[in-house]
Design a protein around this ligand. Structure first.
Ligand SMILES: O=C(O)c1ccc(O)c(O)c1
Ligand SMILES: [Mg+2]
Length: 900
């Protein structure tokens, strides 16, 4: 075994490929079973280990040090500079010697003092090699693609040949050769023993400065556009027997977990070696795949029924129930979906997510062994006696990949499902799973593609970029050679905060059909939640494609997207989002169309999904009878929550709106200065956008004799920026003329911002009841003036329900709803204490809640303002917000008839 191992190609990795300190990098390289490393000078300089210690640490981990690099700007310089460069070289040799390394890399010069003189370069490199040889060190001369005079391997080879020193050879780096478009076949004339080192990096084809390209965008072999297999084939043909060493400068890997990056590097090298040589390091070949056996979704009690209903409308039948687990099998043609109500990976409440992909393989054992050799975690088998044994491995994002035998006894896993006896459908619209589409973080993007390419033997496309409504999306697809297993991967590479993508990390399963139009028609008849596509799309499509009028009409009628290329045509439509991130697609491939739709149509789909999703969120909590009233969570109900938290609590509780307190009303309370804190404003808006909750009102413009409306300008603007519709004001001022003028002025300021100003009348203030509020409104005579009835203040002030009925309906925009213990506290302190800390939910106290609400215009939003200090101390503010809406709905909606 050892002798075989020794005769094999050595696999190495440069420390620059990996994130962390040298300690982290060496541990990661060893864990990924590399044989050797290149030590980058910067990593050594920053390390607390001496070179001798580094040597020990490498040896301890079984790593050889194959190269120390880079030594820069040495050759073709005037004599004075040469002396300094030789001094520098001797000090570097000291380090190389202590490291126990035998090869040092010298990059072709970029120095301004260097001259264009090959003879001089050769002479000085000879001198350097001579000094190196005395220390047992070899010099590997590397032509950088941006070298000042020497930038091609052919030129570097001419100089090395001219220098003619046994300790001087070449370092060939695939990036420098391929980025220039040089023909690597010329490498074949170089004797193998003069190639001292081989560095491998791939890269996407980019039009940019080559230094930037090299230092930020290199990729592991197979992940970019270069023909690395061809390149390595040429190098090996020279007789080169040194290591294949990865040198990948990449911004994502520079910040990613080095353990995972090293595994990626190893996977890519093994796959490269497989492509080039018959030495495979025990890597079994990738068995043929013949299709998606099933896709498994993790669901819960909320999302499961939603997904099940949607599958039914797409023509699927719930054919089987697992013997021992809460897993449903849904089938149509060869398309199979498992709904797992107790998946290993649980999902956030109410969401559904793809937790496993199963592929049919010609050799499950071979597939598993290959996965193991490629360092993919093999998952423990979870099965009961007599259940089928399915091998599975974990993809980088944790998705389980089941490897299902497609040969004899295939589909024995189906025996684990007991028939439900559901009647089969006479008609069938979909035939199989066409592809599965996943979204991940940018750190996982290359890793995931590499995983599917190497472990499953899929081939992937180049990366495509699309300008989506919420930022750049990068996509790559992978398919087996027969194109029966297809996986699409997406990422939002620049996403930092979470501005607005209401659908984080969307996923979908696409089903194939032979007739998209007929399928859409039949599915809609079954009630399928097909995503509507805006008409603008079809106008644009017609302009671009000049489609037959009947086809265009059918596409438009059924919200079907269309694409065509030289190979064929593609028709595809989508469901709405089912449980926060998942949807289904139905696709028809005509001819040999191999793509996934016009990339320009993806933003259209995303915008439509977002619009639908926000509508769904806003109707959250609505049952079949439709909400009789929309609810708002007033800040005072949960004043310990910051605005973003309040929005979250409102979304979770099923409120449509929040009311935000922007000013400090009492000295003790927490203050959330939205008007003056841009960061708080931004995160609040982000949560609003992501949840679909809207701001109903902002408070509080309290204008006492020594306060003036102009002090509230920024407050009003902040309210408008948050999308609020109303501003709450109170007027604790005994001078009626003055407060009326000031109220009018506030209305005038608010009007251009689209805000109404709603006067609230706490019974302990100088505007203490409905009658006084009415006098102010009449006096001010403003079109955007309103009265805010707070049930507590209304009841405590002894205002009259009969009077309320007589007032103009357009004065009322929303209501503060609560209840309170019976009896009016005798003092102002008592009144204020109840108002701020101890209210009750409707029906729990002594206020005629229904009577007052019935006197108001129909359909007003109910803003729950139910501060309860002691209860919040026990259950927390979020839970109190949830309990409040549940109790109020229960009390108010029970008896009342739905509003039409
Ligand atoms: O970007 C550079 O400077 C650099 C340094 C060393 C290398 O081996 C290389 O390929 C590039
Ligand atoms: Mg290099």
């Amino acid at each position: 075994m050892t002798t075989v191992e020794q005769s094999r190609t050595r696999l190495g990795i440069a420390s620059v490929c990996l994130s962390g300190t040298l300690e982290d990098k060496l541990a990661a390289a060893a864990a990924a079973r590399f044989h050797g490393v290149e030590i980058f000078a910067n990593d050594l300089v920053a390390s607390s280990w001496s070179p001798a210690r580094i040597r020990q640490e490498c040896a301890r981990r079984g790593l050889s040090i194959d190269l120390y690099q880079p030594f820069r700007d040495f050759e073709a310089v005037p004599p004075a500079v040469l002396a300094a460069n030789l001094r520098r070289a001797e000090r570097t040799f000291d380090v190389v010697e202590q490291l126990g390394a035998t090869t040092m890399l010298v990059c072709s010069t970029v120095a301004p003092e260097a001259v264009d003189d090959d003879d001089l370069a050769a002479e000085q490199l000879h001198l350097l090699a001579d000094r190196a040889a005395r220390r047992g060190i070899r010099i590997a001369y590397e032509p950088l693609a941006w070298g000042r005079f020497v930038n091609s391997y052919a030129h570097a080879w001419r100089i090395v040949r001219r220098a003619d020193h046994p300790a001087l050879g070449l370092c060939l780096d695939s990036f420098h050769v391929c980025s220039r478009g040089d023909d690597p076949a010329g490498i074949r004339v170089i004797p193998g023993e003069k190639v001292f080192h081989l560095q491998l990096a791939d890269a996407p084809r980019l039009t940019m400065d080559v230094v930037e390209w090299s230092r930020h965008h290199r990729l592991f072999p197979g992940m970019g556009s270069f023909d690395l297999a061809g390149f390595v084939g040429h190098v090996l043909s020279t007789g080169y027997a040194g290591p294949l060493s990865l040198e990948v400068f990449n911004d994502v890997y520079r910040q990613a977990d080095p353990r995972q990056a090293a595994i990626d590097g190893m996977r890519s090298l093994l796959a490269l070696e497989e492509a080039v040589t018959d030495q495979r390091h025990d890597l079994p070949p990738a068995p043929a795949l013949s299709g998606h056996a099933f896709t498994e979704l993790a669901v819960d009690e909320i999302s499961g029924p939603v997904v099940a209903r949607a599958l039914g409308t797409l023509g699927f039948v719930h054919n089987g129930q697992h013997r021992s687990k809460p897993v449903q099998l849904w089938e149509q043609g060869r398309a199979r979906i498992l709904l797992n109500f107790a998946a290993q990976r649980t999902v956030p409440p109410g969401t559904a997510a793809i937790c496993a992909l199963a592929v049919d393989t010609a050799d499950p054992t071979g597939s598993t062994q290959r996965a193991e050799r490629l360092l993919a975690p093999v998952l423990p088998r979870l099965r009961e006696r007599q259940e089928a044994e399915l091998a599975s491995i974990a993809a980088p994002d944790g998705t389980a990949i089941f490897l299902v035998g497609a040969g004899d006894g295939a589909e024995s896993w189906l025996d684990d499902f007991l028939p439900t006896g559901a009647p089969p459908r006479a008609d069938r619209f979909v035939t199989a799973i066409d592809h599965v589409s996943l979204t991940g973080s940018v750190d996982d993007f290359d890793e995931a593609a590499l995983f599917y390419r190497t472990v499953l033997g899929l081939r992937h496309t180049d990366t495509a970029e699309i300008a989506a409504p919420f930022g750049l999306i990068r996509s790559r697809t992978a398919a087996d050679p027969s194109r029966r297993v297809r996986i699409a991967l997406h990422t939002a590479p620049l996403r930092r905060g979470d501005w607005a993508p209401a659908i984080p990390s969307p996923q979908h399963v696409a089903f194939s059909t032979d007739d998209a139009v007929a399928a859409a028609r039949a599915m809609r008849a079954l009630g399928a939640p097909v995503l509507s596509v805006p008409d603008n799309y079809y106008v644009d499509l017609e302009a671009r494609e000049a489609l037959a009028p009947e086809l265009l009409a059918a596409l438009r009628e059924h919200s079907i997207f269309y694409d065509r290329d030289e190979q064929g045509e593609y028709l595809h439509f989508y469901t709405e989002i089912l449980g926060s991130r998942l949807f289904f697609a139905v696709v028809q491939r005509i001819g040999d169309y191999a793509g996934y739709g016009d990339p320009a149509s993806a933003p259209v789909r995303m915008a439509a999904h977002r619009e639908r999703r926000l509508l769904t969120l806003r109707d959250a909590g609505a049952d079949e009878t439709a909400p009789r009233h929309h609810y708002s969570l007033a800040h005072l109900t949960a004043l310990s929550l910051s605005p973003p938290e309040l929005v979250e609590a409102a979304a979770d509780g099923g409120y449509r709106y929040v009311g935000l307190r922007l000013t400090r009303v009492t000295p003790q309370e927490p203050h959330y200065p939205l008007a003056t804190d841009p960061a708080l404003m931004r995160t609040t808006k982000t949560r609003l956008a992501a949840t679909g909750v809207e701001v109903l009102d902002v408070e509080l413009a309290r204008i006492s004799p020594d306060e003036h409306p102009r002090d509230f300008q920024r407050f009003l603007e902040a309210g408008a920026e948050l999308g609020a519709r109303h501003v709450i004001t109170q007027l604790p001022d005994p001078d009626r003329a003055r407060k009326t003028d000031r109220f009018a002025e506030l209305c005038e300021m608010a009007r251009p911002l689209g805000l109404t100003v709603d006067l609230e009348f706490p019974s302990w203030t100088e505007t203490p009841d409905l009658g006084e509020a009415v006098r102010v409104l009449r006096g001010a005579d403003q079109p955007n003036a309103g009265i805010l009835v707070d049930l507590l203040h209304f009841a405590r002030s002894g205002s009259s329900v009969a009077d309320l009925r007589l007032l103009p309906a357009h004065w009322f925009h929303f209501v503060h709803v609560c209840d309170a213990p019976p009896g009016v506290p005798p003092t102002n302190e008592g009144l204020i204490h109840t108002a701020r800390f101890e209210r009750l939910c409707p029906g729990q106290g002594g206020i005629d809640v229904r009577g007052i609400l019935d006197a108001l215009p129909p359909g007003l939003p109910y803003a729950l303002e139910i501060p309860r200090a002691t209860l919040v101390a026990q259950v927390g503010a979020k839970e109190h917000a949830r309990m409040s809406i549940a109790a109020t709905r229960d009390y108010l909606d029970r008896a009342a008839a739905p509003i039409s």
